[in-house]
Structure formats: C-alpha cells, structure tokens
Design a protein around this ligand. Structure first.
Ligand code: ADP
Ligand code: MG
Length: 507
C-alpha cells in the first residue's frame, strides 16, 4: 500500500507537470501555433504567450500550479522565455523520472546531479555570451528574435528598437538600462501604432469646457487634501442658517485653495488627490485651468518626466520646484488621450500599440513588452546564439567534462532538457525535430537549423540572438521545479486530488 502511494506521487506529479507543458510547447518559436483561450465569461482570446496561456488554465493539481509559477517568475525576472522554461522543466522531470524508475537511481542522487549540472551549464552559458551595444544591429536582431512568433513581430520590433534608442541615454539607473522607467506602452484598439515623444495619459480633462490645449505654460502635480469639509454639516438639530454658513465656508476655502494653486503660475494641474471637492473643480473650470485626475502610481513617472516635485502640503506651493514649464499639453478628444510633450524633466516616450480588436491590441502590447525586456536583458547582460544553438553548445561542453557517477546522471538529465528547446522549435516548424538536432550537432558551434530551409546555419549570421539571462533563468527555474517534483515521495491529500485536473490542463 505504502509502496503504491510512492509510485503514485512521482507519476501523478510528473504527469501533471508534463501535461501543463503540453499546453504551451507547440507555441514555442517563430513557427509556433497559437491557442484559443476561452474564459468563464466566454470571452475569446487568441494567444501565443506562454504565461498568458498558463494563467488561463484552471489547473488544480499543485504541481501543475508550480509550473505556472515558474513561468510567472520567469516573466517577472526576465519578461521573456516563459515557454522555454516550461519546456525545459517538463523535459528535466521526464528524464529525471526515467533515471529513478528505469535505472533505480535514488531521487536524492538524481537531484544532486541536476543541481551540479545546472550550475555548470549556467557558467558555460555566461562565458559563451558576448556583449552588444546600443548602436549594433544585434539589438534589432534580439528584438526580432524575441518577437519572431508574435503577431506582426517584425513591425513591432522596429518600434521597440526605435523607442529604446530614443531614450537610451537617459535610461541608465544604477549603471543598468531600465526601460520601464522611460518607455511607457499603452494599448488602444482601432488606432495606429505610434511613438510619442512624451507621456500619453488615457484620461480626459475634468470638464470639456476647460481649454483643450496649453502651450509653454507651467504645470503642477497636486497631492494636497482637496476633500470637501462637510463632516459636521448634518449634525442633528443644525439649523438652515448654519448649513448656509458652512456652504459659504466651503466656497471660501475652495477659492483659497485654487488661489494658492494658481499663485504658483501653474496653468495645467494634474490632480492626484483621491477626493476632490466639486467646488474646487468648479473654480478650476471658471479660471481656465487645464486639469485632469491622475492615479497615485502615475505621480512618480510624471514627476520625473516633468521635472517637478509633487505638492503634498500647502506650504510646498511656495517652493519653486513644484512647477516647471512644459511645451505642450493637449487632449486628443477623439481618442480620450491627454498628451504631455516637450517637458523640462527626463526624456520619456510612449508607445501606443494598436490592434483591430481589443484582443489583438492586448496580444501586440504583450509582445512589445517581451521585446523591450529581451532588449534590456541583452544590453545589460550579453547575448548567445538562439534557435537552440547555445543550448547545444552547452550540451557539448558538459559532455566534455566527463563527470562520473551522480554528476553524470545530472548532466544526462540537463542535456536532454537543453536539447529539447531546439527539438521543439523545429518540430513546431514541421520538421522531424530529432533528425534536425542531429544535423545541427554535426555542425560547428553556434549552428542551428534555419527554420525556413531546414538546413544547418550559423544562428549569429542569421541574426537569431537571445539574451543569455533568458537561458540561465529558465534553466535554473527548470532545475528547481524538477528538484521539488522528484523529491516528493508522497502527496498527502492524494485521494482527494482530482486526476481530472491533469486532463483539464490539456484542454
Ligand atoms: P518563449 O516564451 O520561450 O520566449 P518564444 O515563442 O518567444 O518562446 O520562442 C523563443 C525561441 O524561439 C528562442 O529559443 C529563439 O531563439 C527562437 N527563435 C526565434 N526566432 C528564430 C529563428 N528565426 N530561427 C530559429 N529560432 C528562432
Ligand atoms: Mg519569447
């Protein structure tokens, strides 16, 4: 009986992991297919994005959920390579299980071996990687490679690189490129792709009777307390005359606040205060101000872009640094977008990503983020040949180490996982993946298979480049989940686990 439980745990857990991977493996690479996702509200959505697909699965099995988590973590740490991480994880688990089952190696030994092999593989990858510079054609190539499988990838990779080059000089924080701080990406259906030099807010001004445009005026970010003071209005027994007095007070206070805001010379006011007295809004309208609400998390990037310090206290308004000049502020009324352009602060650009439907603009928006993340990782941490070529190189070097015993088991497992990337890319392109991998292995370092001709080719010459960080992070994540899965010898709630969870994931 106890024996059965053990067998069940390893099989049930690895099967769960492998079937979740099934759901995304066919999307890997430029010829990967898409998935049609249908949510509980019967909304349909076509996606090629690993994380998006995985998150849409109603996976109940805890191990299946672990796979989803590594994809999420990959997304968080690198922002690209989620499918790669999942494909490698499934392969490692499958191969690790084979050693335990067929060769009778103890799980602990297999796990130890995998840890050593993953660490060596990452070291080899790091040494193999080469740096790229902003002006190199390699930057375009990294973006194109990252977006190869996406809708209109080529067009999108162009705007990705264009926006990076526009801000790069001001995008260095702590010695590293951080494009999130200076490239905003928003999506808008039925629009056209646009790169705007400045910030675009998906907002409208407080009232359409406010001026639609301000040129060369001063701007202010207001975080002051603008709530109406009406706490004791309706006190029991309060008389009509009291209420009138209070209303007058409220009106006077609104005027005072607006006076002090305008005394700074500001003609445009971005209001981040959570609740704003209507009387204050009416004053702003009456006095010809361009004003809009902004969210708390918009304050920081806006302050950076505008070169102002947000006004939090009334006395802040006396300080000169709460306002700055801005070349142009206007509302594009047709699209409900407010443009802030030509500021005196840090350079920022906004990429507006369109799509004929909400779904396509969402998918293209995600693709742009993948491209930006890959390019950032490439500039910060170097690149390796893509298309599975770097993985084959590592495999070869690991074999040369000629390790013995446990460590050799680990190398065998990790090598299978490394190879699975190219195999899957080519299988998805309609080739016999295994055969093509053999052909690539017989070719020089850095060679893979040209996805269009099926012939061996130098991936660097073809311009297929991946950030090394994508590969090392994916390998480590795969190693970690394999360790967890192989080390579990009992699922304690085993009877309650719904085996249907696994087939659910396949759907
Ligand atoms: P992920 O979610 O792992 O990023 P993708 O679908 O984006 O998955 O595929 C990425 C893989 O596709 C990388 O291994 C990359 O090297 C490979 N790839 C991209 N373009 C090409 C190409 N033209 N030829 C061969 N492989 C390519
Ligand atoms: Mg990708």
């Amino acid at each position: 009986m106890a024996q059965n439980v053990e067998v069940d745990a390893l099989d049930s857990n690895s099967n769960a992991a492998i079937s979740v991977a099934e759901a995304v493996r066919t999307t890997l690479g430029p010829k990967g297919l898409d998935k049609l996702l249908i949510d509980q509200m019967l909304n349909r959505h076509v996606s090629n994005d690993g994380v998006t697909i995985l998150l849409s699965l109603r996976t109940i099995h805890p191990v299946a959920r672990m796979i989803v988590e590594i994809a999420e973590r990959q997304e968080e740490l690198v922002g690209d390579g989620t499918t790669t991480a999942v494909v490698m994880a499934a392969e490692m688990i499958k191969e690790g299980r084979r050693f335990i089952r067929e060769m009778g190696v103890h799980p602990t030994k297999v796990v130890e071996g995998i840890e050593v092999a993953v660490a060596s593989a990452c070291k080899i990858l790091e040494e193999y990687a080469v740096p790229i510079r902003l002006e190199d054609v390699a930057l375009e190539q990294v973006a194109t490679t990252a977006l190869a499988s996406k809708l209109d990838g080529r067009g999108l990779s162009k705007v990705v690189v264009q926006s990076i080059r526009a801000v790069a000089n001001e995008a260095i924080y702590d010695g590293k490129y951080d494009f999130e701080k200076c490239i905003a990406v928003i999506r808008k259906a039925n629009y056209e792709d646009q790169l705007i030099d400045g910030i675009v807010l998906e907002r409208r001004r407080i009232d359409p009777s406010m001026p639609r445009e301000k040129l060369n005026g001063k701007i202010l970010i207001c975080k002051l307390d603008l709530k109406p003071v009406k706490s004791d209005w309706l006190k029991e027994g309060s008389r009509y005359s009291d209420v009138l007095t209070m209303e007058k007070d409220r009106d006077r206070r609104a005027k005072e606040i607006v006076d002090s805001l305008l005394a700074t010379g500001a003609e445009t006011i971005l209001i981040a205060s959570p609740e704003v007295d209507e009387m204050i809004e009416n004053q702003l309208i009456a006095r010809g101000v361009f004003a809009t609400h902004i969210a708390t998390d918009e304050v920081e990037p806006l302050a950076r872009y505008l070169g102002v310090r947000p006004a939090r206290m009334p006395q802040d308004l006396q300080q000169p640094d709460v306002t700055a000049r801005i070349g142009r502020v206007y509302e594009d009324e047709t699209h409900s977008l407010i443009h802030l352009e030509k500021s005196s602060g840090k350079r920022m650009v906004t990429l507006i990503v369109s799509g004929t439907t909400k779904e396509t603009s969402l998918e293209r928006w995600r693709a742009v983020l993948d491209g930006l993340n890959a390019a950032e990782a490439a500039l910060n941490q170097r690149v390796v040949p893509g298309g599975g070529a770097a993985e084959l190189y590592v495999e070869k070097r690991l074999r040369e180490l000629q390790l013995k015993g446990v460590e050799q088991v680990g190398v065998d497992v990790v090598n299978q996982a490394l190879e699975s990337v190219m195999r899957q890319l080519l299988t998805n392109a309609g080739y016999n993946g295994l055969e093509k991998v053999m052909a690539a292995k017989a070719s020089p370092d850095g060679y893979g298979i040209d996805i269009n001709t099926g012939l061996p080719a130098d991936m660097r010459e073809k311009g297929v480049l991946d950030p090394v960080l994508v590969k090392t992070t994916a390998l480590q994540a795969a190693g970690e989940i394999t360790r967890s899965v192989l080390r579990i010898d009992r699922n304690l709630a085993a009877e309650n686990l719904d085996p249907g969870a696994v087939s659910d994931a396949k759907r």
